[in-house]
Design a protein around this ligand. Sequence first.
Ligand SMILES: [Zn+2]
Length: 425
Amino acid sequence: MSNHLRKSLLLYPAGVILIMAVLYLFQQRAPRPSPSPRLPIPDPRLANLGVAPDWTTLSRYNDVLTRAEFVNALQDVYLLGDNLHFDITEKGVTVTSTLSPPGPPVSFAGQGTRNPPPRYWRPASEIPAGPSGKPLSGIRIAIDPGHIGGKWAQMEQRWYQVDDTIPVMEGDMTLLTAKLLAPRLESLGAIVSLVRSTCEPVTELRPHDLTEYASRLLPGAPSDEVVSLSEKLFYRSAEIRARAALINETMKPDLVLCLHFNAEHWGNDPSKPLFSNRNHFHMILHGSYMDGEIAHEDERLELMHKIFQRVHEEEVPLASAVATAFLEDTGLPAYLYRLGKPARQVGPALWTRNLLANRLYQCPVLFCEPYVMNNEEVYNRVQAGDYDGEREVAGKLRKSIYREYRDAVVKGLVNYYSSRPEGNP
Ligand SMILES: [Zn+2]
């Protein structure tokens, strides 16, 4: 071996080590690009941003419901059309799936065998009553102020403004209501968490992160349509999925209050909104899946959680108590869905619908829809802002719209949970 070659062979590993050391140091100093959040691949068998179900997770529901209880809930509450996706035998139920391997059937409870439903939330009957003066003692309540508001309100199309008056922004109004409501519920003994406490999104995703996903859903579409869909995927799908993760994995409440304000169509120009002479109230419970929705395999899995955890049985009396208080305190008429809309009436001002929020939040959800934001009286009440006591607004002495909203929710919850059996606080 020549001297020259021996020298090269000795220098080669030293060179490699030096290059690696430089690269290492460079990597340590260079600003790291934030990792693009991983997104599922769009599939027509899934809802937007949904993932393929793991059917084996359903085994925990073995022997929880009888066959009749399952079938009645499926047909009377949850499906608007015929059952095409649940194979029901005398012994159990299997969900049909082409995306994931089917799990074993979930067995029905029979004579003498019955497991309690596994769930993180508790119905009123399982939460011991507290000391007098604390009618909400021990109740875990998550408040979900609907929408995002702030600088996102126009993108969300939950914004209008007449001339240079105070803009009407639903996401800001729900947050203001939530902040008035939380301390009042706490003073009555509840353990309260706010799903958001600012006008910023809970999700880390932003519309630009969803452009690729949107363009795969709309192949060949013009770019403005792709941008518009990526925005909807951001403020609707990604945002609600992030809130659901927070609620189901961290907060684990006994109920979620989804606070909203309703609206009638205000036209295409939010700087020249059309006013509506209608003003009304209703609440939405979970149910009424359309055929196109239950065609999504992830929605079938989410529905199984709702049925086996017997969510509807708690949701109805709870929502009835709150709806009664709203109808009494606000004087608003109960809203009626038009025939043909995918909703079923289950009580005065109570309707079932399959919304992303009330499907993903795995506990009773009270989705409140009082006040029509583009009704002129409501507009005037928004202009009057929040205030203590009563003032003359739109020709009548009234509480602020936010405190009237708060007080109705509190009254309904107190009425419902006051009937709890006596227990050890
Ligand atoms: Zn809303």
